[in-house]
Design a protein around this ligand. Structure first.
Ligand SMILES: Cc1cc2nc3c(=O)[nH]c(=O)nc-3n(C[C@H](O)[C@H](O)[C@H](O)COP(=O)(O)OP(=O)(O)OC[C@H]3O[C@@H](n4cnc5c(N)ncnc54)[C@H](O)[C@@H]3O)c2cc1C
Length: 390
């Protein structure tokens, strides 16, 4: 058994690490200042400028196939990169990416939606959740009714990331109520904002926020169906599947950064004539955090490795998402505690991370849904305990 990274993995990670340290972290003070003034941390042109700088180092389209100018990196490498991105709260992502399911587009759709998204000229959002259907995504109601060469969309989506800025939405709609969404009754549509949907921004406890999308008789041409009629639910699950290892990979990076802050603070802050790090109460919080962080690292790297092996990653990635999201919440909470009153202030970014990571237990499958998947796999015998080592 070999737990070390390959030379290539280490080289890629180190290049990303130095890019983040040199180009992104110096923006942290300004990002905090703007967010405190209720402005976006970075505007789109600033993110784009950074993305183009990263492109010069070859970092463009981590998950994008080479034929579209991307790097098509293995999932393990992508996971390592997401961890590096987690070291800063500056809202930066590498460019050259598109929603994984957009690669199911037809040639014509690729020109109109996929390529401009990869190039950063158009912004997308993915919409399955509705006011009455989140965890129970098969219960969606937004309907698409055939009318000649068009479809008419009616209904509402909610909590859609990027929904207030997007130029187009990938919308999963009910096309056959009898069949039900899970059994071929849902279809994905590529819907330009210019076709008539509108968005309403939703305030959250985090910075930025998702949006509700309202479809009131929106007419969409038949050629804008993504994939096949009836394939919408499967595409939706494919889209969500991607986040099952990228979200906890990001969580690991956040936990690494804040834990180091706690260690530095414990080694400098004095009470009762001694460094607070000399107290067992503080030492145990540091020890528990490091242990959980390491456990999350291997769960998540194994789930990414499972993807690279072409195996079904569902069980492993549900465990990684469940544990990684919980771990980062516990670690940030302890780090805030170690910082005492300072941890609670807005002079430090800890309270910002505290608010940010709360989402990780909710979106792209709540903790409870991950537990449902993990236990169902075992109860129905799809997976055996430790079966991956058989
Ligand atoms: C900031 C943000 C961004 C998001 N981005 C997107 C996006 O881009 N696109 C998109 O389509 N959606 C998005 N979502 C939606 C997100 O995926 C849902 O919020 C999530 O799946 C939970 O659904 P819900 O909020 O309807 O909660 P519900 O499904 O109503 O669940 C409420 C609670 O009950 C629990 N629960 C539900 N069913 C069971 C059960 N059977 N057993 C035990 N517990 C259960 C849940 O775990 C949860 O704790 C986003 C949400 C947020 C907050």
């Amino acid at each position: 058994m070999d737990f070390s990274l390959t030379d290539e993995e280490r080289a890629v990670r180190d290049t990303v690490r130095s890019f983040i340290r040199r180009e992104v972290m110096p923006l942290e003070a300004e990002v905090l200042r703007r967010e405190r003034a209720h402005q976006p941390g970075l505007d789109h042109s600033e993110v784009r400028e950074l993305q183009l700088k990263a492109r010069k180092f070859g970092f463009w389209g981590l998950a994008t196939p080479e034929e579209y100018g991307g790097m098509n990196l293995p999932a393990v490498l992508q996971s390592l990169i997401w961890t590096e991105l987690g070291h800063t709260f500056v809202p930066f992502r590498f460019g050259g990416e598109a929603d994984n399911i957009l690669f199911h587009a037809t040639e014509e759709q690729k020109q109109e939606f996929l390529i401009p998204t990869i190039e950063g000229e158009r912004r997308s959002c993915f919409a399955i959740t509705e006011p009455g259907a989140g965890s129970d995504a098969a219960n969606i109601r937004l309907s698409a009714r055939r009318d000649g060469d068009d479809w008419i969309l009616d209904g509402e989506k909610t909590f859609i990331t990027g929904g207030h800025d997007a130029d187009f939405a990938i919308v999963v709609a009910v096309t056959d109520r009898e069949k039900g969404a899970r059994n071929g009754g849902a279809t994905a549509f590529l819907v330009d904002r210019s076709m008539g949907w509108r968005s309403e921004f939703i305030q959250t406890m985090g910075e930025g926020g998702p949006a509700s999308l309202i479809f009131d008789g929106v007419r969409v041409p038949h050629r804008n169906i993504l994939g096949e009629i009836g394939q919408g639910f499967t595409l939706g699950m494919e889209w969500i599947g991607k986040g099952r290892y990228t979200i906890p990979s990001h969580a690991i990076g956040i936990a690494e950064r804040v834990l180091q802050m706690a260690i530095d603070y414990a080694n400098t802050r004095e009470t009762f004539g001694a460094k607070i790090g000399t107290n067992q109460a503080i030492q145990w919080m540091i020890a528990d955090s490091e242990t959980e962080l390491e456990a999350a690292r291997w769960l998540v790297l194994r789930s990414a490795w499972t993807v690279d092996q072409g195996l079904d990653p569902r069980h492993a990635s549900s465990m990684g998402k469940l544990y990684g999201a919980g771990m980062v919440n516990r670690v940030v909470d302890r780090v805030l505690q170690i910082h005492g009153g300072m941890g609670y202030t807005r002079e430090l970014p800890i309270e910002r991370w505290y608010r940010q990571v709360r989402l990780y237990r909710i979106f792209e499958g709540t903790d409870e849904m991950q537990r449902l998947i993990i236990s169902r796999d075992l109860l129905r015998g799809y997976t055996k305990i430790g079966g991956h080592l058989a």
